[in-house]
Design a protein around this ligand. Structure first.
Ligand code: UD1
Ligand code: MG
Length: 461
């Protein structure tokens, strides 16, 4: 069954108090709208193609964000949800019997819930996604007949009587309608209500009047239908979203020390027996191999961490690969292009950028390796750095197998240290060092006998 999808995203979002259009605020690293687009894209099996996105406030920015994922129609001015759907009428495909209406600011709707709503419509019925809320203030209420069975209409909070306001069954803002009927109904809407708006919800009474069946499908989970109107609600949904992701990972066997202190803004793929301590943030695409452990408070983005690696607390990894059994941190920083082989050790306050470290290489303390190729089993001393930048261009440092770089060395690139070379502590190396040789490049130590320290001048009197 093919469906049309409408995503309403023209509203202002006044309560966000932000210059950014509301639907572009981020949740779990993706915009609110992107979550809805992704849920719609998941309907792919139903051949839902090219959602129609209604844009208005911040239309240019929202249109850019939609890109090729949908077709945008402009609603200017914004005269209500019914008016929003009116703008989509020319863009709706008549060959799809069902049209699904989603909201750009209700991000956590699941594909399966949207699919079930479309199925409840089946091109013949008007299907409303509803929920029972202890505090229904502000929502449109589902009005039923005296027997509490047939749905008769939706009444908006502002237009409702006290008796209607007592109804706790509310409309979530999402529906699925027969395409041809939806088009006719929205074009017939009138703005005769408390807000002088065209209410999409008024089509329910039209359906009832025409004898079109109306079904109210309860949402499976409150989180799926919560909207974002304020920073407080955004933060609440963020935690719910993170909890959802954390639970999925734990169900897959990942051991999270505390699912309430876990953040994923992207995708995380873990092998078996992975342990993640509290307070970590994962961004982009991260993979973690079997038995790897991530310490507390790490920030890890676009990285591949191989089996058995241990990332100690407070480590920052971005665009890097960590080999099997490697030890990294605490307080280490791996920047884009850092590629660590198996059993590599990177210790505290070590920064690695665009550098390959072969198996067993170690840089344990206070060091910088940038634009470098480091051979196997190299020992890179505390306080040593590659001087890779001459003020205009970057140059490479090549360090052969089994090289020992003493403490506090400066390797001025471009420079090559041959296999097995040794660099004396405190050296500034500007020329290549042949394999197996010791290079020392520092001022010779001088000891002066009979030297006395300057004394403080005495004040006269
Ligand atoms: C709507 C429903 C209400 C329901 C509630 C659920 C109507 C008349 N009422 O009310 O029954 O309980 O959602 O949250 O539909 N939008 C546009 N153009 C407009 C107006 C709105 O694109 O002119 C978009 C908004 O950006 C938003 C969505 O439509 O994504 C809903 O609009 P909103 O103003 O939040 O509707 P509510 O008054 O909350
Ligand atoms: Mg709303």
């Amino acid at each position: 069954m093919a469906v049309n999808v409408i995503i309403m995203a023209a509203g202002k979002g006044t309560r966000m108090k932000s210059t950014l259009p509301k639907v572009l605020h981020r949740l779990g690293g993706r915009s609110l709208l992107q979550h809805v687009l992704d849920a719609a894209a998941g309907l792919g099996a139903l051949q839902a193609v090219n959602p129609v996105v209604v844009v208005g406030h911040g239309a240019d920015a929202v249109t850019d964000a939609v890109g090729a994922q949908g077709r945008c129609v402009l609603q200017q001015p914004q005269l209500g949800t019914g008016h929003a759907v009116q703008q989509t009428v020319p863009a709706l495909d008549d060959t799809n019997a069902t049209t699904l209406v989603l909201n750009g600011d209700v991000p956590l709707i699941r594909t399966q819930t949207a699919a079930a709503l479309a199925a409840a419509c089946g091109g013949e019925r008007l299907a409303l996604l509803t929920i029972d809320l202890p505090d229904p203030t502000g929502y449109g209420r589902i009005v039923r007949d005296a027997a509490g069975e047939r749905v008769l209409g939706i009444v908006e909070h502002k237009d409702a009587t006290d008796a209607q306001r007592a109804i706790t069954e509310v409309y979530t803002g999402m529906m699925a309608a027969p395409t041809a009927l939806l088009k006719r109904w929205v074009m017939a809407l009138k703005a005769e209500n408390a807000q002088r708006e065209y209410y999409l919800t008024d089509i329910v009474a039209m359906a009832v009047a025409e004898g079109v069946p109306v079904v109210a499908s309860p949402a499976p989970d409150e989180t799926e239908v919560l909207g974002v109107n304020s920073p407080l609600q955004l933060a609440d949904l963020e935690r719910r979203f993170q909890r959802r992701q954390a639970e999925a990972l734990m169900e897959a066997g990942v051991r999270l020390a505390d699912p309430a202190r876990f953040d994923l803004r992207g995708s995380l793929t873990c092998g078996s027996d992975v342990e993640i301590d509290f307070g970590c943030l994962f961004e982009g695409q991260v993979t973690i191999g079997d038995g790897a452990r991530i310490g507390a408070h790490c920030v890890i983005k676009d990285a591949a961490i191989a089996a058995g690696a241990v990332i100690h607390p407070f480590t920052h990894i971005d665009g890097a690969q960590v080999g099997a059994g490697a030890l990294v941190g605490p307080f280490a920083r791996l920047r884009p292009g850092a590629q660590l082989g198996a059993e590599v050790h990177i210790g505290n306050f070590v920064e690695v950028k665009n550098a390959t470290l072969a198996d067993g290489a170690k840089a344990n303390h206070l060091a910088y390796l940038g634009d470098a190729t480091v051979g196997p089993r190299v020992n890179y001393g505390a306080g040593s750095i590659t001087a890779n930048y001459d003020g205009a261009n970057k140059h490479r440092t090549v360090i052969g197998a089994d090289v020992h770089v003493g403490s506090n060395c400066v390797l001025v690139a471009p420079v090559t240290l041959g296999d097995g070379a040794t660099i004396g502590g405190g050296s500034t190396i500007t020329k290549d060092v042949p394999a197996g040789q010791l290079a020392v490049a520092r001022g010779r130590q001088v000891a002066l006998a009979g030297w006395t320290r300057p004394q403080k001048a005495r004040k006269p009197g």
